[in-house]
Design a protein. Structure first.
Length: 277
């Protein structure tokens, strides 16, 4: 299991991204603060220099674990459930470009807010049909580029579809996706899951990616989230993916990054034992 921090070129002031700025600027800070994994939030992969990205990752001994994609929904409203076929096409083209970026690193592509909302379609039924059709198309692309997709389970305030882990598992079991699994987020879980550890154990191998933040979306240890229960659940299912920080960068990026890593290492040592970390 790798603890990854988040970085972005274009994150807004209230976005839950830890490090902000050019990769040349933030990657050395991440490495100096103790990270070996990074989740990049990218609006459009065509806007970045992929070769330079790879060089910067290698130079700073960082692994690209995942790509966050929600900025495209915020900027252009591209989503997978939309009534407008052209919007769905643009959303899938954007996600394909992220797969090209992720492919050399075998990183995971997150589908969070790019799911869309029921209001983006004519009806709930149309939305679900569009989601299913889009996901099968993306699943084939993920095979082609040798990457994985994490479909995010978001709370019922921010999503209309699949806002509990149980619903997510049912959806996955009803379909024959080869490269798509579930992406869970501790903040969303804190709202819609009654038992965090058992929710994780119930999902088992369907969980492909995890976002970590305290209940108030600050760095782990700032609030009252039971991270021992969460980490124990992940241990019980032999989860070996990333724990990616999706937190506010307050009071500063460096303080948030250092406190997060220190606290999570402490919890991991308690659950796994020092010899296993």
């Amino acid at each position: 299991m790798i603890i990854a921090t988040t970085g972005s070129l274009q994150a807004g002031p209230n976005a839950p991204i830890v490090y902000r700025g050019s990769y040349e600027e933030i990657f050395p800070m991440m490495a100096e603060d103790g990270y070996r994994g990074v989740e990049l939030h990218i609006r459009d992969s065509r806007e970045i220099d992929r070769k330079r990205l790879g060089e910067q990752l290698k130079q700073n001994l960082l692994t690209l674990t995942s790509i966050g994609t929600g900025a495209a929904y915020g900027a252009w409203h591209w989503n997978l459930g939309d009534h407008d076929k052209e919007i769905r096409r643009k959303a899938m083209a954007c996600l394909k470009e992220h797969m090209i970026t992720a492919s050399p690193h075998h990183a995971l592509i997150i589908i969070g807010s790019m799911q869309g909302r029921f209001r983006d379609a004519v009806s709930e039924e149309e939305f679900i049909n569009n989601i299913e059709e889009s996901l099968y198309h993306l699943d084939r692309l993920a095979e082609q580029y040798d990457v994985s997709i994490g479909y995010e389970i978001m709370n019922h305030y921010e999503s209309d579809f699949l806002f509990s882990i149980k619903d997510g598992v049912r959806f996955m079991e009803e379909h024959s996706f080869k490269r798509i699994g579930l992406h869970i987020d501790t903040v969303h879980m804190n709202i819609d899951e009654s038992d965090l550890g058992n929710g994780i154990r119930m999902a088992g191998p369907w969980i492909r990616h995890v976002h970590i933040a305290d209940n108030d979306r600050y760095y782990p240890g700032h609030g009252h989230m039971n991270f021992r229960e969460i980490i124990q659940g992940l241990k019980d299912i032999d989860y070996d993916g990333a724990l990616a920080l999706e937190t506010f960068c307050k009071p500063t990026s460096r303080i948030c990054g250092k406190k997060s890593l220190e606290y999570l290492k402490f919890i991991l040592e308690e659950v796994y034992g020092k010899d296993q970390i």
